[in-house]
Design a protein around this ligand. Structure first.
Ligand code: ATP
Ligand code: MG
Length: 462
């Protein structure tokens, strides 16, 4: 099935097809037919409208008429292939013109169907095109797996799930679509957000990071939208918000599940109208940016509980990326372990070359409630205490040996406290290693100074 790389909620796995057709009746019939065949359908009445809509989000397959006023289906094909070589387009024509058909295939059309449309043939054509695309995608992933592991924008993986995620990130990054990264704590959401920015046409512009948990609702609002002088007590001068600061680039809204309902409404307005108002000002300010959001909460459940707006959720979910917990992609553990050994060898100046095979067995059985972050912590600690050049079982913390039933893909297996404890410990260690210098500690932790300060506050570290 195609599109399996996006998260499964709300029929998100169904392929998206766009119909480009100037005749309203045929357009309607095609829409009905495709919807019934379980495709998600978008339609455009001209090639130029299609180009506009296609710049907004990735579409799996385009079904376009050849003869249309202004821009023909062939010209549309030419434009699209330049922008996204992987795009699949099937052309339809009432004039059975061999010349058009040949030209279409030469330009990279996936297939060509004649009008009046034989719907059974159309269905077969669409299935074949999507299957072929899916196979190409699978082949690429298999090739990469044969090489042992893949490195992608600072991320390391070998599992099928992560390789699909990488392929999807690569594709999604080219579009200005809002992205939503979900997954348990420590699964790599922030790395994904950074990759989306780095691989986008906006890579030379700024990436602004906002953590939605750490501020009181009113402060968060002025942090995001800015305010004018006198807007509230203490607002002694005009201030630019993070949205304005991110104009032209990307804003990363981390922990979006914590966004207060009042701010959710305002965010929706930003996404829909591409404008903001500073608090205390009636004047809209136009902003153009890419929004990437992340959360470890189950937003669909929050929508049902009424704590997250459904319209905002659907808007965010267009570019959904789900990161599986580490325990359900154990193929990644070995390459990740070697990756972290390399990193900490450098950082700690310890000549440790790798784990003993028995250590990898223990890692494969442990459920990793703190996911990749926890794995990194365990490896760093083991390298600090190990005496020889190999990480041995006795270098591991005792709780890794406790056997507990591994449940896949549901609630964390330990109280939340232990995740926080791990983070707190990591921060303390970074501070210690940096001789108490916070800027240096933030750099080591890969956090912004602001985020570190907030976390110090949260964990009561003086
Ligand atoms: N695939 C990966 N390859 C290499 N490092 C990874 C990978 N995934 C995560 N990490 C590392 O694990 C740590 C946690 O990742 P990250 O901060 O992106 O997680 P997160 O999902 O944002 O967590 P949280 O929900 O707690 O904010 C980071 O140090 C990151 O560099
Ligand atoms: Mg994070």
């Amino acid at each position: 099935m195609l599109g399996a790389e996006t998260s499964g909620a709300d029929g998100h796995d169904r392929p998206k097809v766009m119909v480009v057709e100037d005749d309203p009746d045929i357009r309607k019939i095609l829409e009905l037919f495709l919807t019934e065949k379980a495709f998600r359908v978008k339609s455009a009445e001209s090639a130029s409208q299609a180009l506009e809509m296609l710049a907004e989000e990735p579409i799996d397959l385009i079904l376009s008429d050849v003869r249309m006023p202004n821009m023909s289906g062939l010209d549309l094909l030419r434009h699209l292939k330049e922008r996204d070589p992987e795009i699949q387009l099937v052309l339809m024509s009432a004039y059975s013109s061999v010349k058009d058909a040949v030209e279409a295939i030469r330009l990279g059309a996936a297939d060509y169907v004649e009008k009046p449309i034989d719907f059974r043939r159309l269905e077969r054509v669409l299935q074949t095109v999507l299957e072929k695309r899916h196979l190409q995608h699978r082949t690429r992933i298999l090739e990469q797996r044969l090489q042992g592991c893949v490195t992608f924008e600072g991320m390391v993986a070998r599992s099928q799930q992560m390789l699909s995620v990488f392929a999807f990130i690569e594709r999604l990054a080219r579009y200005p679509t809002t992205a939503l990264v979900t997954g348990e704590s420590g699964t790599g959401k922030e790395l994904v957000a950074r990759a989306l920015h780095e691989l986008s046409p906006l890579r030379d512009r700024q990436l602004v990071i906002c953590n939605c948990t750490t501020l009181a609702p009113t402060l968060l609002e002025s942090e995001l939208f800015g305010h004018t002088r006198g807007a509230f007590t203490g607002a002694d001068r005009d201030r630019k918000g993070l949205f304005e600061a991110a104009h032209g680039g990307t804003i990363f809204l981390d922990e979006i599940g914590e966004l207060p309902v009042g701010v959710q409404v305002k965010l929706l307005r930003v996404l829909e109208n591409r404008e903001i108002k500073r608090i205390g000002s009636p004047d809209p300010i136009r902003i153009d940016l890419r929004v990437v959001a992340a959360t470890n909460r189950d937003l669909a459940a929050m929508v049902q509980a009424g704590t997250f707006r459904d319209d905002l959720y659907y808007r965010l979910n267009v570019g959904a990326i789900f990161l599986s917990p580490l325990r359900s992609r154990i193929d990644d553990i070995e390459p990740l372990t070697h990756h972290f050994v390399r990193i900490f060898r450098e950082k700690l100046g310890r000549n440790v070359t790798g784990p003993a095979p028995s250590v990898l067995d223990i890692f494969a059985r442990y459920p990793w409630p703190g996911n990749v972050r926890e794995l990194a912590n365990v490896i760093e600690r083991a390298m600090v205490v190990s005496k020889g050049s190999t990480i041995l079982p006795e270098n591991l913390p005792p709780h890794l040996f406790e056997t507990r039933p591994v449940t896949v893909g549901d609630a964390p297996l330990m109280p939340d406290l232990s995740l926080e404890a791990a983070e707190r410990e990591q921060i303390l260690r970074a501070l210690q290693a940096s001789g108490g210098k916070r800027v240096e500690a933030a750099r080591r932790l890969g956090l912004s100074r602001r985020t570190l300060y907030r976390k110090l506050d949260r964990y009561g570290i003086a």
